[in-house]
Design a protein around this ligand. Structure first.
Ligand SMILES: [Zn+2]
Length: 215
């Protein structure tokens, strides 16, 4: 197995670099951590910075004799940064709350259903990537947290649409969700029983719930 994954303290310290996107001097970093409730002694901070440095997640810069500053290793996180930029782009394109809420409630449910399938596939992908390269576990979990927030926006809009009309839209949404649950469940059990019935089964022989919903 590869190097151990980063500890919780390291993850929190690193998130400070990600959020600030700045080069931080040791004393400033120590003070910032104290301010956000992550109190630790200077030697403890030094040892965690060493963990991060060993994992090439941060870059150390010496300024003069006494000052040492640190920054996130964006070169290593290039792929991650790119995906953040893609995410921001998508956010700008889709963050049209009014438009989404103007869809009929059943279309909103279909959209969120498909989005959550995508979210779970994305999470699974990152987990499989973790198996291939455990040293990237931390990048993967940050990446997922950021993307997940984006998925949650649409769910929130759907729920707000339900709240606005009180029970009417909520009941409609509920029956649509139940309908989708039935489609997914049937599809799943159909496949299992088909596999038991016949030794060979083509994956394309059954329509996916998404395909069914489009009809
Ligand atoms: Zn650590």
């Amino acid at each position: 197995m590869d190097k151990p994954l980063l500890d919780e303290q390291c993850k929190k310290i690193f998130s400070v670099f990600l959020v600030s996107q700045k080069t931080l001097r040791f004393n400033v970093l120590h003070r910032t951590l104290n301010e956000i409730g992550l109190k630790m002694t200077k030697p403890t901070l030094i040892s965690h910075l060493n963990h991060l440095h060993k994992n090439k997640l941060i870059v150390r810069k010496k300024e003069g004799k006494q000052n040492v500053s640190y920054t996130a290793n964006w070169a290593k996180l290039e792929a991650f940064k790119q995906s953040m930029e893609t995410k921001r782009f998508i956010e700008r394109q889709l963050e049209d709350e009014k438009r989404f809420k103007s869809f009929p409630i059943n279309e909103q449910v279909i959209y969120v259903t498909n989005l959550f399938s995508l979210r779970n596939l994305y999470k699974l992908k990152l987990e499989v990537q973790d198996v291939i390269d455990p040293s990237k576990n931390f990048e993967h979990s940050i990446q997922f947290l950021l993307t997940d927030r984006f998925f949650e926006i649409f769910k929130r809009w759907l729920l707000e649409s339900c709240y606005m009309s009180k029970t009417e839209k909520a009941s409609e949404a509920l029956s649509m969700i139940d309908h989708n649950i039935t489609l997914f469940t049937d599809d799943l059990f159909d496949r299992v029983s088909q596999k038991q019935d016949r030794s060979t089964v083509s994956p394309s022989s059954t329509n996916s719930p998404q395909e069914e919903m489009r009809k």
